[in-house]
Design a protein around this ligand. Structure first.
Ligand SMILES: [Zn+2]
Length: 391
């Protein structure tokens, strides 16, 4: 092993690989129609690992939507570990001329995906390369998965957990190397559908105004949401997410609207079920239906993602903490998040999972950046952690 004073990669190596990845457009088409998808990144990475003693798979989930997988086979007997980072990005409408042009300024590298999450893909691959070429030999298999569509609906990690088995995982998302994420919120995307009765605008006795009914529902949900946030059962995951997102309803000026639909996002904390929150929202709709004759309503769950709480991760965490003490001179704080990541899908599939990553900023906005010293440190941390738990 290298000594703590000598990083296993140079800043120039980290910068070069992240920059190469930033130049490749991989906007998720789930967010931006016509987005490039991950195929170019996967093809580039296949060339990048071509000389390494690893097994490579490009798993095309849908046309142009590709998971890149590289596995360093262990000698046998040890646990298998997956490093999971995502190859897709959000769109770049706000900075089209600079998003795909990496730029170094001081310690930072700027560009779309520099931290979220191509910087993390690069960190995982450089750790893999070091272990594949310099050792130590690992007992278990190490897989780097640069997955598709995390910024969309996680097609990539859903495919990964459906087709591969791992004992352990580290999901890499830019954060800061003084901490490790051991839990975070889940969420639901929910439509609140309020039905009235269409009628000519001059026939109020025949119409039931769905928009007026929805307004009443929104007011009550606002109060309910504030009460929810006031009693977060898991303070380190922040206030429970709850906000409106979309609204639509009615057909024209001259007609009583027969339907109005509110789209909301609602968080769930570890141990909570979205179904319980849906039942509470249904009770709010019933309350309104009692005071507005003729009104009916329902809740439709469009997407549900479970919360994340690490389990079975003790050996991985103790190896990570030992590595952090030796390589970085810190004890990582165990923290939660109020956001959602693919870590929830890994853990739900029975893979003991932790989440961490190098410092970055301006996520999902112009001039996204990653700290190059933290990216170098992240490679050190991963190499030593993996050597500890699979060595
Ligand atoms: Zn991300």
């Amino acid at each position: 092993m290298s000594t703590p004073s000598s990083p296993v990669v140079t800043e120039a190596e980290v910068e070069a690989l992240i920059a190469d990845l930033v130049r490749l457009d991989s906007v998720t088409p789930w967010l931006v129609e016509g987005g490039a998808g991950e195929a170019a990144v996967a093809a580039f990475l296949a060339r990048w690992v071509a000389d390494l003693p690893v097994e490579v798979e490009l798993d095309e989930i849908e046309p142009g939507r590709v998971n890149f997988l590289a596995t360093l086979k262990g000698t046998g007997g040890g646990p298998s570990l997956c490093l999971n980072a995502h190859a897709d990005t959000v769109g770049y409408a706000g900075w089209p001329e600079r998003a795909l042009v990496p730029r170094r300024d001081g310690d930072r590298l700027y560009g779309l995906g520099a931290s979220d999450d191509k910087g993390c893909c690069a960190v995982a691959l450089l750790a893999l390369r070091h272990l594949a070429t310099r050792g130590p030999r690992l007992s278990g298999d190490l897989t780097v998965a640069c997955v598709a569509d995390e910024e969309g609906v996680s097609l990539g990690t859903e495919r990964l957990v459906a087709t591969r088995r791992f004992d352990l995982a580290i999901v890499l998302e830019a954060d800061a190397l003084d901490r490790v994420v051991v839990e975070h919120q889940g969420f639901g995307w929910i439509d609140v559908v309020v039905n009235g009765r269409a009628a000519h605008g001059s026939a109020p006795e025949a119409g039931v105004d769905a928009i007026v009914g929805l307004a009443e529902v929104v007011t009550r949900l606002g109060a309910w949401g504030r009460a929810q946030r006031a009693v977060s059962p898991t303070p380190r995951n922040g206030a429970t997410v709850f906000h409106t997102g979309t609204v639509r309803g009615g057909t024209d000026y001259a007609t009583y609207p027969s339907q109005a639909v509110l789209g909301i996002e609602i968080g769930t904390q570890p141990g909570e079920r979205l179904a319980d929150r849906v039942a509470e929202i249904e009770a709010v709709i019933d309350e309104v239906a009692r005071v507005v004759p003729g009104l009916t309503g329902e809740v439709r769950v469009r997407l549900e993602r479970e919360p994340f709480r690490a389990a079975g991760h003790e050996a991985l965490l103790s190896s990570l903490q030992a590595a952090a003490r030796r390589r970085l001179g810190v004890e990582l704080r165990e923290v939660g998040l109020n956001a959602w990541t693919d870590a929830a899908l890994m853990q739900s599939a029975g893979v003991a999972t932790l989440l961490l990553g190098p410092l970055g900023g301006n996520f999902h906005s112009p001039d996204e950046w990653v700290s190059l010293p933290e990216a170098v440190a992240a490679v050190d941390l991963l190499v030593e952690t993996i050597a500890g738990v699979l060595g």
